[in-house]
Write a protein that binds this ligand. Structure first.
Ligand SMILES: Nc1ncnc2c1ncn2[C@@H]1O[C@H](COP(=O)(O)OP(=O)(O)OP(=O)(O)O)[C@@H](O)[C@H]1O
Length: 218
């Protein structure tokens, strides 16, 4: 099944680069000299054991924390210098889904999308929620949903936010087989259209992309 609402901007030349990145947490150096580049249509899977720094790296890529050394560049410029231009092109979904328990499913999607700069109407929100398997649940507070359904609410944002770079921390956790397949198809569609994906996962998943990079943290 193909989702048609989105059309991402032309992003022929966009590239994300990590240059000599290092990460220190507390008194421990988690990694150093991490280098990568990701072009349009590229997928980077960040792998490594628990505690190796995958979430820390993703948070750096989102600008939520600074590398202890090195630089993150978007189209050749430091993300620190770009500010809005970079953040407007990126969607981050952390491993804690970031949903608000007391808000309904549809309120969560509309508010999180609006905060990301994409105002969506009720019909568009309902269509996205239906696509992701939450039809009939739109008016429920998120606190009554199962873990997998909460995850789906967070992931629905990918359907309505027209950004080129998706940064996803364990997007498949708690999802059932059907939902994993749906997300796999969504990621492949995004990559086919020239989008980029950086993701962590402990699960084996085969995603077709123009280029795939495996970044292993020890
Ligand atoms: N603010 C902090 N202060 C001290 N240590 C921290 C801080 N944030 C993270 N850490 C530590 O850094 C290490 C890496 O954490 P991180 O969440 O990046 O790992 P991960 O590879 O994503 O792990 P997992 O596979 O379990 O999700 C962990 O040992 C964690 O406890």
């Amino acid at each position: 099944m193909r989702y048609n609402q989105r059309s991402i901007p032309s992003i022929d030349k966009i590239m994300l680069q990590g240059i000599n990145l290092a990460c220190v947490r507390g008194d421990r150096e988690l990694f150093r000299d991490v280098n990568f580049s990701l072009e349009a249509g590229g997928l980077m899977q960040v792998r490594g054991p628990n505690g190796s720094g995958k979430t820390s790296l993703l948070r750096m890529l989102c600008g939520l924390s600074n590398p202890a050394a090195g630089e993150i560049r978007w189209n050749g410029a430091s993300i620190r210098a770009l500010d809005g231009e970079y953040y407007g092109a990126m969607t981050y979904i952390g491993h804690l889904s970031g949903t608000k328990d007391d808000l309904t499913v549809i309120e969560n999607l509309r508010i999180s999308s609006a905060l990301a700069g994409f105002d969506i109407g009720i019909d568009q929100a309902k269509e996205a929620l239906g696509y992701i398997g939450l039809q009939g649940r739109e008016g429920l507070p998120v606190k009554v949903l199962s873990q997998g359904q909460r995850r789906r609410v967070a992931l629905a944002r990918l359907l309505v936010c027209k950004t080129s770079l998706w940064i996803l921390d364990e997007p498949l956790v708690a999802l059932d087989v059907a939902a994993v397949k749906l997300i796999q198809e969504l990621l492949e569609q995004h990559l086919r259209e020239g989008g980029m994906v950086v993701m962590t996962t402990h699960q084996e998943i085969d995603i077709t992309a123009i280029s795939t990079t495996q970044l292993h943290l020890a």
